[in-house]
Each structure stands twice: as C-alpha cells, then as structure tokens.
Ligand binder design. Sequence first.
Ligand SMILES: Cc1cc2nc3c(=O)[nH]c(=O)nc-3n(C[C@H](O)[C@H](O)[C@H](O)COP(=O)(O)O)c2cc1C
Length: 327
Amino acid sequence: MAKKFKTKITEMLGIEHPILSGGMQWLSRSELVAAVANAGGIGFITAESFETAEDLREDIRKTRDLTDNPFGVNLSMVPEFGRPERTLKFCDVVCEEGLKVVETAGRNPEALMPTLKQGGVKVIHKLTSVRHALSAQRLGVDAVTMIGFGSGGHIGNDNVASFILLPKAVAALDIPVIAGGGICNGKGFLAALAMGAEAVLMGTAFLMTKECPLHDNIKNRLVETKETDTALLLTTINNPIRCIKNKLAEECLMIEEQGASFEEIIKTVAGGRGQIAYDSGDPDAAPIACGQIAGLIDNIKSVKEVIDDIISEAEELLGRLNRLAVA
Ligand SMILES: Cc1cc2nc3c(=O)[nH]c(=O)nc-3n(C[C@H](O)[C@H](O)[C@H](O)COP(=O)(O)O)c2cc1C
C-alpha cells in the first residue's frame, strides 16, 4: 500500500496529504478547491474574488456540494486593494458556515483574530520574513506559510530564497511552518519536509491544472513559460508581484521605470483585468501571476494527478536517499 506523509498539518486540518493550494483571486473557487479537497489536499476559496460576503457564502455552499473533505477560505488583505470592513464580513461568513481554517495574507491578521478564534477557525498566515512570522506567532496564528523569492503572486520585499527562509523559520518558530512557492513535484515536496516544513503550499502548480477555471490559451502560455520568463511588477509601489513577462507586464515595467504615480500603476494592472483575461483567453491583456516553477511544468494534469504524482515521487526518492546513505 502507498505510504502517506503524516505531519502536524495533516493532523491539525484532518487532511490526507500535507499539500495546500494557496488562494488565487478569480480562480480558487468551488471547482478547483473541491478538486484539491477530493484529491486529499486542501484548498482555499479566495474571498477577494467576490463582491459581497453573500457571494462568498454561495461559493462555500457550492464547494460543500462537491466535496465532503475539509477546505478553507483565503482572506487576502493587500493594502492597496483590501477593504477592511468587507474582510470582516467575510470572516463572519466563514464562522457561520462552520469552516475550520483560513489562509490570511497581505498584512497582519490582527483585526480578524478575535472573530476567527471565537469561531474556532485555525489561521494559517502567509508571509515572507521570519521577523513577521514571529509577530504572527505572537498574535496567535496556528501556522505560517513562508513564501520564498521564486513564488508566484505577491512576494514581499525580503527576497529570500526558500532554501534559506525555511530552515530559518523552522528554527525560530514554535508553530508549524509550511513551505510556500517554487514547488510542483516530489523533489520539492521532500526537500521542503527535509528542511522542517510540515506541509507545502503551491499556487502555480494548481493554476496549471485541468480543473482550474482558466482559459486554455492562458494554460498553454503557462506551459511555454520558462523559469526565466517571469518579472516583478509593482516594486516601485513597494508591493512586488511575480507575473509572466507578457505585454501588459512590459507596459507596467516601462511606466514604473518612467516614475509613474501610484494611481497610474494601479490603473494599468487592476480593475478586474485578470478576471477578464482569464475568461477571454488573451494572455497579454492582464498581469498573470505565476511562479518561476512554471519552468518545470510542461503539461496540464488533473489536480489528482498533480497530488498523486508528488506523493509517489516523494516515496521513490525516499527509497533512493536511503540507499545512498551507506554505513
Ligand atoms: C494566478 C495567481 C493568483 C494568486 N492570487 C493570490 C491571492 O489572491 N491571494 C493570495 O494570498 N495569494 C495569491 N497567490 C499566491 C498563491 O496563493 C501562492 O502563495 C503562490 O502561488 C505560491 O507560489 P508558487 O506559485 O511558486 O507555487 C496567487 C498566485 C497565483 C499564481
């Protein structure tokens, strides 16, 4: 029988495999989140994809119709876009719907903690520095996801690679640490566990799956994307985000270099452009968040294939490593 990897995170969340699908605005909705849950991992419905808390509630219920396994909600609080009172309403819905875990990101979750703790919800905070992880631990979060420099989406300002960030965080913290970013296969999974992670979190690897509600043109573009084909946008407004180097990214980088104002930069990248491009399939019309790991992914699999392949490759590798260690 195939082996399982039992960790503090599988125990805490009641899941089969220590594999999380990080929130992805517009994309982490019922279809994808339920597929991850049914494959034994856990996914997070991204609240920021919904205008109102009632829309989020509807998607939670839809997801529940598609899976009996646990899933959570991602509460992204990117300072430029987040509306705090709306995020608090999302928290209320999470509690009312009886969900047991949220992923928080973008800024310190202090304002949300009383509601979530009272609702018995575990909080996994996603961040990029050990310093902020220590503050999150003091606030009472249950686990942290440490995002390394090659990750897709918002990567913070610390620019530390996972190979350094992870062991540092594991040594400094008492709560479980999850390895985020730059992982898509058994090699990355096992390396993360070897460095002390209790689970891995992936975005790009799930973006490039059959179940992800993303136009095929963009999936095909992602398959062609090499590890050197991403760029960091929004560094000049102190909020770097790793995206594919497409036409829109080049335009944004150009105006940033020319000293564009905050408003001009935001106008170029925001306003629901992502959702429109994801649906219509124009791979140059929006900033498409994507990690360097896209360079290692050369086909579109189902979510179950992604997860099963990670676990079986990790088992095989364990056998190989054991054989390498001679007396
Ligand atoms: C298309 C896309 C959209 C994302 N949107 C969000 C988001 O709305 N909120 C969030 O917390 N993280 C977001 N992320 C980050 C992921 O949850 C995750 O932290 C990251 O993708 C991990 O790095 P990887 O892509 O190398 O696996 C996004 C990532 C991608 C690729």
